[in-house]
Design a protein around this ligand. Sequence first.
Ligand code: ADP
Length: 353
Amino acid sequence: MRLKVFNRLYRRMLFLVCFVFGLLVALLLFLLFLLFRTSLFDITTISENASLIVICAVISILLVTQSMAIFWSKRITKPISTISRAVDEIAEGNFEVNIDDSKFKDEIKALAENINKMAEELRSIEVMRSDFVSNVSHEFRAPLAAIQGYVALLGDDSTTESQRKEYYTLLAESTGQLSGLVDSILKLSRLETQNIISKPVKFSLDEQLRRAVIMFENEWSAKEIDLELDLPGCECTGNEELLNQIWVNLIGNAVKFTDKGGKIGVKIEDTGKYYIVVKISDNGIGMSEEVKKHIFEKFYQGDSSRRRQGNGLGLALVKSVAVHTNCRISVESEVGKGTTFTVKVPKYSEANA
Ligand code: ADP
């Protein structure tokens, strides 16, 4: 609708400009005829028919300028109408739109290209959103079904005392899984949708790493894992809480994917002027190239045998935190030999959005 107004306005303006210009040219020509009488023109006839000449000239100018105005306004507004229709469709939720910009030029072409890019981006966000919803529902279903099953068994009169104890433990495990899932989803959504503005604080990175290792003491001591810590004192300024999530997830995974009697190393390898390099290594199950490609994707779990021990959100969270804290993460891994995550932590970083 707005475009039609623009079209009309434009046509009127163009018509006015052409008309005034044409009138001026006609007037100039007429004056020239009067001023420079030559033998080629019969001035007496011209003077007698002056009014007729002027009327004819005005009518022809009117016709020519009107057709020119219509032609040019259509030519100029056609790409804008196409773009406007596409934007209307996007606004109504149809992200499959693709403007054919092969005949467009300059800024109009750039505008059409940008709208195509925007539609493509929206399409991928839509796919991600629906994938996320179906993954979340799927992840919730398993522990919920387990909880339902154990509750039914606990209510059964034939259940013995020892079975009851076992079901309580399994019930606690499933509820723990659910609360872990909710916690991870909330953290991820907070990282993805909110601006994290925090005052950078100075903290001891070696101390933070030690505390993260101690968090998993029950697990690594039960598996008799040999821990090798090399943590020389070093300070860091940034978002302490966010950074801690990286260590908790990486050390937690190292413990989870290392078998009984294995080895885990947590080291601060290099404290340069601007960066501190932290390496978390294990001699656990390792990863294939295919698994490595997907580990930072939400809900991806490479090792199906340990599915119940996680939810596939840990490394997605690590990646998101790394982006916010300007850390760089790389991974080296070999199936059956182990995995090493290397994190380059800036000595000074402000958590950003
Ligand atoms: P999960 O909850 O399954 O641990 P993560 O997002 O933390 O989810 O990890 C994704 C996948 O990456 C894991 O399922 C596993 O296949 C692989 N992975 C992560 N860390 C290690 C590791 N230290 N050793 C072997 N595989 C790992």
